[in-house]
Design a protein around this ligand. Structure first.
Ligand SMILES: Nc1ncnc2c1ncn2[C@@H]1O[C@H](COP(=O)(O)OP(=O)(O)OP(=O)(O)O)[C@@H](O)[C@H]1O
Ligand SMILES: [Mg+2]
Length: 332
């Protein structure tokens, strides 16, 4: 790896962090371009928070290397620290203070003079829709308001790299989309964002590239589109009128689409992942629909969609994709 002259915000090679026998981060290789949102997607316990804490210099790695804007997170930790900011999975603002007081205090801590701290706090409260709540104690904020205040607190000084660790977990749809707008605004100001999430739609909406991590390793990496198309051309969802016809419909769809049919827990629902090109998938799907009608099977709902990232994740972590430790999906 090179010196500080790099277009990569983050570069890791074989990064390892263990806790006793747990290999929380187990050889992660990442190359995160500067200037965009990079998504780190994985289930509970995948190692997301641990990876972020190592990159933010809060934890010392046990193996491998990690650089932030070319600076080594161990040997040049001060250089790294001056360029990054972290919004943790759990809010870190002081509950007894008001929103404004929190931002003023933290603003002084990051080195703003009194007047500048006030200006920046007012700016951020306005940008994050918190002006009306500025003088209310944070313990009286809703979850969404707290999360927004937390992100505001982490960009008091515009950082070059912002770590957002599950910024929307537990938020309602409206608060989530407010946080998404904030993330987009932060990136528009030139900050690179490393976003961890368990929400596949969130990574899909915000990130220009995504690394899917599981058990401390990267199991797939690429653009959301490439990741999705590496899994297949599309997914057919069918809902039948009569659950008793499901086995027959399954067999018919399996033959028509030459693919495995998944019977969902809903007794009238069937899902088929279609391989090949998107156009071919559409043709096959319409023929399959005609076959169902010809067999007297009534279909209440039918859709052909791009595979969701949920399906991508299931496909990547399913047992048949775990044949050997060297099997790693790489997509452009
Ligand atoms: N301080 C710690 N001491 C011991 N084990 C830890 C510690 N922190 C994390 N772990 C373990 O490391 C693994 C990865 O945890 P981590 O918190 O990084 O996952 P995560 O992807 O952030 O999960 P979540 O989505 O639940 O936040 C887990 O098995 C966890 O129990
Ligand atoms: Mg976590």
């Amino acid at each position: 790896m090179t010196t500080a002259d790099t277009d990569l915000a983050i570069e890791t090679a074989g990064l390892v962090k263990t806790f006793g026998k747990t290999r929380a981060v187990d050889g992660i290789n990442l190359a995160v371009p500067a200037g965009a949102v990079y998504g780190l997607l994985g289930p509970n316990g995948a190692g997301k928070t641990t990876a972020v804490r190592v990159l933010a210099t809060l934890l010392r790695p046990d193996g491998g290397e990690a650089r932030v804007f070319g600076y080594d997170v161990v040997r040049q930790a001060d250089e790294v620290r001056s360029r990054v900011s972290l919004t943790g999975q759990y809010a870190s603002v002081d509950e007894d203070l008001t929103g404004l007081e929190n931002l003023l205090l933290l603003g002084r801590l990051v080195g703003h003079r009194k007047r500048a701290a006030r200006t920046r706090a007012d700016e951020l409260l306005a940008a994050f829709g918190l002006t009306d709540a500025a003088d209310r104690q944070v313990k009286k904020y809703s979850g969404g308001m707290r999360r927004r205040l937390d992100i505001a607190a982490s960009i008091l000084n515009t950082p070059d790299l912002l770590f957002l660790d599950e910024p929307t977990t537990g938020l309602d749809p409206r608060s989530r989309s407010q946080v998404w707008d904030i993330v987009r605004a932060v990136v528009a100001y030139g900050t690179t964002v490393l976003l961890t999430t368990q929400y596949l739609d969130e990574a899909d909406r915000l990130a220009s590239r995504i690394a899917v991590i599981d058990h401390g390793t990267v199991i797939a990496e690429g653009t959301p589109g490439a990741l999705k198309s590496s899994i297949g051309a599309g997914t057919v969802h069918v809902r039948l009128r009569d659950p008793l016809q499901r086995d027959e419909a399954s067999a018919l769809l399996g033959r028509a689409l030459d693919a495995q049919v998944l019977q969902e827990s809903d007794p009238v629902a069937l899902t088929v992942r279609v391989a090949g090109s998107e156009r071919g998938a559409a043709e096959h799907a319409s023929r399959a629909l005609a076959d169902l009608a010809a067999a007297g099977i009534v279909v209440d709902d039918f859709s052909l969609g791009q595979p969701s990232l949920d399906e991508v994740f299931l496909a990547l972590t399913s047992p048949q994709n775990q044949e050997g430790p060297t099997e790693k999906e790489t997509v452009a």
